[in-house]
Design a protein around this ligand. Sequence first.
Ligand SMILES: Nc1nc2c(ncn2[C@@H]2O[C@H](COP(=O)(O)OP(=O)(O)O)[C@@H](O)[C@H]2O)c(=O)[nH]1
Ligand SMILES: [Mg+2]
Length: 290
Amino acid sequence: MDYQWYPGHMTKAIRMMREQIAPADLVIELADARIPLSSRNPDIDSLSEGKKRLLVLNKADLADEAQNRRWEQHFREQGLETVVCNAAAPGAEKKIREAMKRLTKEKAERDRAKGMNAQIKAMVCGVPNAGKSTLINRLAGSAVTKTENRPGVTRGKQWISLSDGVKLLDTPGVLWPKFEDKTTGEHLALIGSMNDVNLDMETLALRAVEVLEELYPGALSSFYGFTKEEAEERMEAEQTDLFAVGVLSAIAAKRGCIRRGALPDYEKAAVMLLTDFRGGRIGRFTIERA
Ligand SMILES: Nc1nc2c(ncn2[C@@H]2O[C@H](COP(=O)(O)OP(=O)(O)O)[C@@H](O)[C@H]2O)c(=O)[nH]1
Ligand SMILES: [Mg+2]
């Protein structure tokens, strides 16, 4: 499968991002807690050099709780301020605001020592679908109404005033993911951060089965209600040595994904499985380990 995402022009993209980040004192990077490695940007370190950093492991509600704690610790040990977050939940902004305040305390004090009001600029960035807009909306809250939205003023980049002199850029910085290896693209595809139109859903669903069988054995059989024996029988019927095919066939049977001739509708079962998996319905899974 071809997971190509960003077609070239990397130098230009990096230059644009550098310009966007330039005015910020604090860079808030969003990653997906289910794939904390693949959803991070390889150039973020150099792009945010000399700035305060906050890593937000978002969609933590969909990820394995024990793994959330391990990843948080892992990044903290690397010296990166890290917060586990579910931006979709009301109140998510509290922890982020606290971390922002901690990180910008010195700058605020320096400004005040000069007799000025504290002036801190923060920007949110991350790969597509990480939850940037959701988080910005949460952080902005009612402050969003306070932005200068005067008629006649060209609506370009705007800074939303939070409290304590913190201003947040109202548009996120979209970062490209790394795609040095096949696994990165595959993991982004699994969680739904790639355009499905370009993906072979059956192959992807079979990867989901393999990954889950390895990391969370039994999760699929208990959710869909099939036994290992059933999956094995179906492997035989399909004359394959791929257990994942047996599992997908069993899922198709359990969920009535059947096409003419009483054959399993793999395409339908694949889409269903991926939707359940991405939506956290089967369980909370972290597919990259600290
Ligand atoms: N379950 C869950 N969904 C989230 C979370 N944050 C964002 N989302 C959802 O993820 C999708 C992408 O979010 P969005 O803010 O548009 O991502 P962006 O592309 O980074 O701006 C939306 O459907 C959000 O509702 C989260 O913490 N948990
Ligand atoms: Mg967005």
